[in-house]
Design a protein around this ligand. Structure first.
Ligand SMILES: C[S@@+](CC[C@H](N)C(=O)[O-])C[C@H]1O[C@@H](n2cnc3c(N)ncnc32)[C@H](O)[C@@H]1O
Length: 182
């Protein structure tokens, strides 16, 4: 079985099977509805950034090229470690962070003006804790825009299996699921 580092390297090196097709329209919706402007004074945090090949951060920079800084966090530490070694846009900092573990987020508490997240929150176990942590990350007057499934048999089945000690040993870092808007 491949090590976590090997699996992370393979995931980043190979083309994505599919990228979230709704990410761009989500960002465009934010841009118009929330009147976010050019974000030149804003530090934006992307929660659950995933594999950079997914390009959510690129879409963000494409739509808001003047953004001050993007902090992209993910709880897959091996993936973040791998991304940090590669070439990346200087405006994006990829960092380890678990939105369900406040101790990993302390450095940014009260410093983030916008939180965005795409296709991550339906994977969480404790939504109340995650929302509290988002609140603590935000500066006064900060805003959050989160894209996730409220109800999906497919996602629910996957999360149950990943969290089940009997079955989760059959999952490893080389298995990735990509969600397609139908
Ligand atoms: C389906 S991917 C979505 C990636 C990307 N944001 C997109 O829109 O395509 C979900 C990501 O959320 C991350 N994730 C899951 N739980 C998390 C948590 N508690 N804190 C931070 N990231 C988390 C996973 O590791 C994974 O990389």
């Amino acid at each position: 079985m491949a090590s976590e580092a090997e699996a992370a390297a393979a995931a980043v090196a190979s083309p994505p099977l599919c990228a979230s097709t709704d990410a761009k329209s989500f960002l465009e919706l934010i841009s118009s509805k929330f009147e976010w402007g050019d974000l030149s004074d804003d530090i934006v945090m992307d929660i659950g950034c995933g594999n950079p090949k997914i390009k959510f951060c690129d879409l963000l920079l494409g739509l808001f090229p003047k953004v001050k800084k993007v902090i992209a966090i993910d709880k897959k530490s091996h993936l973040i470690a791998y991304i940090k070694c590669g070439k990346k846009d200087p405006k994006i900092d990829f960092e380890y962070g678990d939105i369900e573990d406040r101790s990993t987020l302390e450095n940014w508490e009260g410093k983030i003006s916008k939180v965005v997240s795409s296709h991550c929150f339906h994977q969480l176990k404790d939504h109340e804790l995650a929302f509290k942590n988002v609140y603590n990350l935000l500066k006064p007057g900060g805003e959050a825009a989160l894209l996730f499934c409220l109800q999906s048999g497919y996602v629910g089945w996957h999360v149950d299996l990943v969290n089940d000690p009997k079955w989760n040993r059959y999952y490893n870092a080389s298995i990735h699921l990509w969600f397609i808007q139908i």
